[in-house]
Design a protein around this ligand. Sequence first.
Ligand code: NAG
Ligand code: NAG
Ligand code: NAG
Length: 321
Amino acid sequence: MRAPMSDRLRLMVILLLAISSEGSPSDRDEPKKKPSEQLVPVGATTALMCEPAFVSDSKATWFRDGSPVATVSNHSNAIYQNRSPTAPAAEKLPEVGFLTIFNVSKEDQGTYWCRRETDGQFGEVFNLQVAFLDVPTDFHITLSSKHPKTGESFYAHCPIPEGFPTPRITWTVNEMPMSHVSSDFEVFANGTLHLPRMSFHHFGTLECRALNFAGKAIARTFVSSRELHPQMESIQMESIGNSLRGSFHSACFMFLMGCLATCACVLIYLLGVVCLMRRRPRLTLRPTWWSRGDPALAPGFRKAVVPLPDCFANARMLSPA
Ligand SMILES: *[C@@H]1O[C@H](CO)[C@@H](O)[C@H](O)[C@H]1NC(C)=O
Ligand SMILES: *[C@@H]1O[C@H](CO)[C@@H](O)[C@H](O)[C@H]1NC(C)=O
Ligand SMILES: *[C@@H]1O[C@H](CO)[C@@H](O)[C@H](O)[C@H]1NC(C)=O
């Protein structure tokens, strides 16, 4: 007889507890909104806005991962950790509750939100991600062979620097993207470049670039073949000669085009001057043949007078008709 009674009591207590915990807003410190991603490079400045907009005369608290970090109001902003501004000339933000983070560092990564004090309403939630690129001091390329032969398989390794977002590796040979130089190459996820068959145009300055939103790192090395050295030099010389000859030809062509353009300009100018000089002394108005000749025109129109430049008038006078 007593057991069901105590069960009912327990149930009531649990229900009451559940209702009371739901009723007090202070127990729920985490906003339910989906955070918006905010990617900021190391050392930069960012300002987070307390939205939705304040109602007048309200205060709000900025939280980072659940702990309060600053308070703002409808007419004041806050600076995170009271850091000194890195750029004094930074444009002035309106004082409406911004949280400004100067000189962002990797440790600042986290979830930020603001909450109105009057009604406990949450503003927008930001997930601050810090973009960085940590380049090791000895960032260099390692080659599978110092002097590869043509036709050989060849590897070059570029260490991927630590960074967020993961840096992208690109390779160039003599400042040309690898895809322009070779149709047969592979770049592995670990940063290794593989050329299955070494050829002449793979020799020269090999460069690896690691790039992400926060910065870039560059490593260079020179790849030559000892055995083919004299031959390679001659090839290089030849290609230099060719390119020189090419540039000489294009220079000649451009020069001739320039000459032609200048001649044309001078000719046009002279014609214009001759025309104007012959015209200036006496500016006369003469009727032309087409304005006089048509008998179908009303009498008033017969004597229509149309100005005609002297060049044309004189030309007409020269002709026997
Ligand atoms: C902030 O609130 C005060 C008090 O209500 C009001 O006088 C002021 O105009 C508000 N400021 C802004 C920028 O809304
Ligand atoms: C920015 O912060 C780093 C440490 O995170 C510090 O070494 C550097 O001096 C700071 N720069 C400025 C301009 O305050
Ligand atoms: C990188 O990956 C490739 C393919 O998985 C492998 O052949 C090469 O040895 C690796 N390089 C280094 C330095 O680990």
